[in-house]
Ligand binder design. Structure first.
Ligand code: PLP
Length: 294
């Protein structure tokens, strides 16, 4: 489905002014981006995709935190939090009558080369229905990301862990998974550390402990993983952030890839080796995500 309205942000206005005055409503098909915008020509920008449940954007603060973190990693101006929050709220509210679950994407690019003013916009859409993947489990393959596990320390200019607009590589990895007959990917560092999916965070349960990967390894801080760990901890389950290796995945009790639009998708095989799908915990996880009010 096409987005209904594009909410274009006037990022040239002084900070602190009325956010509503800086949000300009445009329609699909209107000219809103210059072809020489650096977001278009270089993928030089950042974005977030936030789940909308009954018109309310979920995990808003975690997404705004990550947006600010990505901006800092890219040397982009700090996003004005109140303005972006308002734009997401307005785009989310528009989705309420259209679908119980929808999403809002919000984007900030470096703008046009000579102007030094970022470009910003947000829009709502209905993502693909993830329910099938959640029930049956997904087949994943391990793919080498080509960077070492310490890339954020040695080479921060490679922007690992920033949510940049440059997702062509992530999409190419998903096409490679499809060529191998799988649904999704878990990236592994060139020196053998398990990382994340191209658009999801890994959660493994090993000997009853729920584990995710440290962001120091150049993975995104997952907002869905954050809320899932909070729910698991509330239910008394132990959680941990730690490094994992491919051999750990073969002995795991259960594995999930999680993301804002997909929720928690159980993994049923890794490189063809079967993994147990824990339907009960998967249902509990997705119920917890569905019960969020903010
Ligand atoms: N890792 C990457 C590379 C992603 O692109 C995403 C989301 O798109 C995630 C993890 C999961 O993040 P979230 O749960 O905040 O959607």
């Amino acid at each position: 489905m096409q987005p209904l309205t594009l909410y274009v942000l006037d990022l040239s206005r002084p900070a602190g002014a009325d956010p509503d005055a800086a949000i300009i409503r445009r329609q699909v098909g209107d000219a809103v981006l210059r072809t020489d915008d650096l977001g278009v020509t270089r993928g030089d920008g950042i974005f977030e995709t936030i789940l909308v449940h009954q018109g309310v954007a979920q995990a808003m603060d975690a997404h705004l935190d990550r947006f600010a973190r990505s901006a800092a990693m890219m040397d982009l101006p700090a996003p004005e939090r109140a303005l972006w929050r308002r734009a997401v709220e307005v785009a989310a509210a528009e989705m309420a009558p259209l679908a119980p679950f929808a999403a809002v994407k919000f984007v900030m690019t470096r703008g046009v080369e000579t102007e030094d003013i970022p470009t910003g916009f947000a829009y709502g859409f209905v993502p693909d229905d993830p329910a099938g993947a959640r029930l049956d489990g997904i087949d994943v393959v391990l793919l080498d990301r080509g960077y070492r596990h310490d890339v954020t320390e040695t080479s921060p200019w490679l922007l690992q862990g920033a949510k940049t607009l440059a997702y062509a590589v992530n999409k190419a990895a998903l096409r490679e998974a499809a060529r191998r007959g799988a649904h999704d990917v878990i990236f592994v560092s060139s020196d053998g550390y398990v990382l994340e999916g191209p658009n999801s965070t890994l959660i493994a349960r090993i000997d009853g402990v729920y584990i995710t990967i440290p962001v120091a390894l150049g993975v995104l801080p997952g907002t869905t993983q954050g809320d899932l760990f909070a729910a698991l901890e509330l239910a008394g389950a132990p959680t941990r952030v730690s490094e994992l290796f491919p051999a750990d995945l073969t002995t795991a009790d259960a594995l999930w890839l999680c993301s804002s639009t997909r929720g928690a998708a159980p993994i049923r095989s890794v490189d063809g080796a079967p993994v147990t799908v824990d339907r009960e915990v998967t249902a509990m996880m997705n119920d917890a995500l569905g019960a969020r009010t903010t």
